[in-house]
Design a binder for this molecule. Structure first.
Ligand code: TMP
Ligand code: ASP
Length: 241
């Protein structure tokens, strides 16, 4: 068989490649980083490997806790095999403390704890800049069914519980994170967690020092971006391996 020369899909931080199995894709993590809807760009040596390693370990933990994901297995430093899905065009964001766009919208001080986790949705659309939407928008735009939507909420909270505990044991505070879900190509009635969970799509603060250990280091030009990602991987590996 001739190896595929063109990816099936190329996003800002990942490429998807065909495999011999039509229901399985290879997800390759790139070293590229973008922020502010692609306005700010950079490339970091080792980022692809670090995010693949972090995301794979987290998805294996979630699977072991009963959360279905697209992960099949990590196949090399920068890629993993994943089950083919149709990504729902809704990003699910879970927030435990005020940060980022929540603070910009509300004026609340960064780091303010929430009495209950805040779930937020955004419409996955680069041209529109992934705007914030609510459940009524999702219904009217037919982005997901009512049943799928309640499933997303429930899963997002379940994942939040598992990840909050994981990171807490690593000395990290899980401030917020973004999830993406997909309908399995082999059975679209089944929704699984897709995309990735890495410091690119989470806010993680060191519990002792308050230091940011995630992509905000890049967004805000704080330096030491890969050092932070590497530290997150080391702490997770110490706990899970
Ligand atoms: P926000 O505060 O900028 O809305 O981000 C909330 C969380 O979602 C944060 O952990 C970063 C993550 N996120 C993404 O993964 N992709 C995005 O495009 C954006 C805007 C945020
Ligand atoms: N991921 C988005 C981008 O690439 C935004 C962000 O994470 O800040 O532009």
């Amino acid at each position: 068989m001739i190896a595929a020369m063109e990816p099936l899909y190329e996003g800002k931080a990942k490429r998807l490649w065909a495999t011999n199995d039509p229901d399985v894709l290879r997800m390759e993590f790139k070293n590229d980083a973008t922020a502010f809807n692609g306005e700010k760009k950079a490339s970091f040596d080792d980022k692809g490997r670090l995010n693949n390693a972090i995301s794979t370990r987290i998805y294996q933990l979630l699977e072991s806790e009963g959360v279905p994901t697209h992960l099949v297995r990590r196949i090399d430093d920068t890629s993993a095999e994943v089950r083919k899905v149709e990504i729902l065009p809704v990003e699910v964001i879970v927030r435990n403390f005020a940060a980022g766009s929540f603070c910009r919208r509300t004026g609340m001080a960064e780091g303010t704890p929430f009495s209950r986790s805040v779930i937020e949705f955004s419409y996955k659309n680069d041209e529109l800049g992934d705007p914030l939407i609510n459940e009524d928008y999702i219904r009217e735009m037919k982005l997901a069914s009512e049943a799928e939507l309640s499933h997303l909420r429930a899963r997002a909270l379940e994942v939040n519980g598992i990840l909050t505990r994981l990171f807490d044991e690593c000395g990290l505070r899980l401030v917020d994170f973004k999830l993406e879900f997909g309908r399995l190509a082999t059975d679209p009635s089944r929704i699984v967690l897709a995309d990735e969970i890495s410091p690119d799509g989470c806010r993680l603060w060191d519990k002792k020092t308050g230091e940011k250990m995630d992509k905000d280091r890049f967004r805000r030009d704080l330096g030491g971006v890969m050092e932070a990602y590497r530290e997150v991987l080391d702490r997770i590996s110490d706990l899970l391996d």
